[in-house]
Design a protein around this ligand. Structure first.
Ligand SMILES: Nc1nc2c(ncn2[C@@H]2O[C@H](COP(=O)(O)OP(=O)(O)OP(=O)(O)O)[C@@H](O)[C@H]2O)c(=O)[nH]1
Ligand SMILES: [Mg+2]
Length: 268
C-alpha cells in the first residue's frame, strides 16, 4: 500500500512536471508562432493593404509600377508574373501602402494568391484591372511562338476572370464587419483614346452590360453599405511617339487613382 502510494507520489510529480514543461514550452511555441501574425496585424492596422487583380496581360504589374514608382523610371519585365508581387509605396503619397499583385496566369499560384488576399489575410481594398479586351496574350507554359487572341476572346476572358474574382470579393465582404472598397481600373486607355467614356460605362454598375451585371450582383451580395465601387480610367503608358495620349495625361490619370486610393483608405 505504502509502496504503491510512494510509487504514485514519485510518478505524479515527474509526470506533472513533464506536463507543466510541455505546457510552458507549448505556450512559448504558440507565442512565437503567433508573434509574426500579430506583428502583421499591427502593421496592417497602420498601412492599407491592397489586392490587385485581373487577368493575365491586362497591365497589373505596370500599373502598380506606376503607382509605387519613385524617382527614376525603370521598366517592368515583359513576362507574365507567376508569383505574388509585393510592393510597398515609400514616397509621400500612398506612403506605406502595400500592393499584393495576384498573378493573372498560372493556376496553382493564382489560386493560392487569391486565397491569401481574400481569405487568409484579407485586404482593405481591391484594384481590379481591366483593359477593354487589350490584355496582352500570354503563351501557355512550355509552348513557343507568339500568342494570339482576338479582342472578343480577351473581353470574354476578362468577364470570366471578373466572375471568379467578384465571387471572392463578395465572400470576403460578407464575412467582415468592416467596409471594403473596390476600384475597377480601366487601363490601356492610350489604345482607345476616343472610346474611353463608352468603355468606362461598359465596366460601370447599373449600365446593363455583361460586366456591369456582375458588378451589380456583387453589390447585391456584399451590401451597398459595405462595398464602395469606383470605376476609373487610367493608362500606364504615354509620352512616347507611338502613344496616343501624352505623358502628362497618363500621369494625371495615375495621380487621380492614387488620390482616390488615399481617400478610400483615410490617408487623404
Ligand atoms: N499600351 C499600353 N500597354 C500597357 C499598359 N499597361 C501595360 N501595358 C503592356 O501590357 C503588357 C502586360 O502588362 P503587365 O503589367 O505585365 O500585365 P499583368 O497584368 O501584370 O500580367 P500577369 O503578370 O501575366 O498577370 C506589357 O507588355 C505592358 O507593357 C498601358 O497602359 N498601355
Ligand atoms: Mg504581372
Amino acid at each position: 500500500m505504502s509502496q504503491t502510494s510512494s510509487r504514485i507520489r514519485t510518478i505524479l510529480p515527474t509526470s506533472s512536471r513533464t506536463a507543466l514543461g510541455a505546457t510552458v514550452a507549448g505556450g512559448l511555441l504558440t507565442a512565437l508562432a503567433t508573434a509574426p501574425e500579430r506583428m502583421s496585424r499591427l502593421l496592417r492596422a497602420r498601412y492599407p493593404m491592397v489586392a490587385v487583380t485581373g487577368m493575365t496581360g491586362v497591365g497589373k504589374s505596370q500599373l502598380v509600377e506606376r503607382l509605387t514608382r519613385r524617382g527614376s523610371d525603370h521598366a517592368v519585365a515583359e513576362v507574365g508574373s507567376a508569383v505574388m508581387e509585393r510592393r510597398t509605396r515609400r514616397a509621400a503619397k500612398l506612403h506605406g501602402f502595400r500592393f499584393l499583385v495576384v498573378p493573372g496566369d498560372n493556376a496553382a499560384t493564382r489560386l493560392g494568391a487569391l486565397d491569401e488576399v481574400f481569405h487568409d489575410e484579407p485586404v482593405d481594398g481591391v484594384i481590379h484591372v481591366v483593359a477593354n479586351g487589350h490584355a496582352t496574350p500570354r503563351r501557355a507554359a512550355g509552348t513557343t511562338g507568339v500568342a494570339t487572341a482576338t479582342r472578343e476572346e480577351q473581353l470574354a476572358a476578362e468577364l470570366e476572370d471578373w466572375t471568379i474574382t467578384s465571387h471572392r470579393i463578395a465572400s470576403m465582404a460578407v464575412r467582415r464587419n468592416k467596409p471594403i472598397w473596390l476600384i475597377i481600373a480601366v487601363t490601356k486607355t492610350d489604345l482607345y483614346p476616343d472610346d474611353v467614356d463608352e468603355v468606362v460605362r461598359y465596366y460601370s454598375p447599373g449600365t446593363g452590360s455583361p460586366f456591369a451585371d456582375r458588378v451589380d450582383a456583387l453589390r447585391a451580395l456584399a451590401g451597398g453599405a459595405k462595398l464602395s465601387i469606383d470605376v476609373l480610367a487610367v493608362s500606364s503608358q504615354g509620352g512616347d511617339r507611338k502613344a496616343a495620349i501624352s505623358e502628362k495625361r497618363a500621369g494625371a490619370m495615375v495621380d487621380a487613382l492614387a488620390d482616390r486610393l488615399g481617400q478610400l483608405s483615410g490617408h487623404a
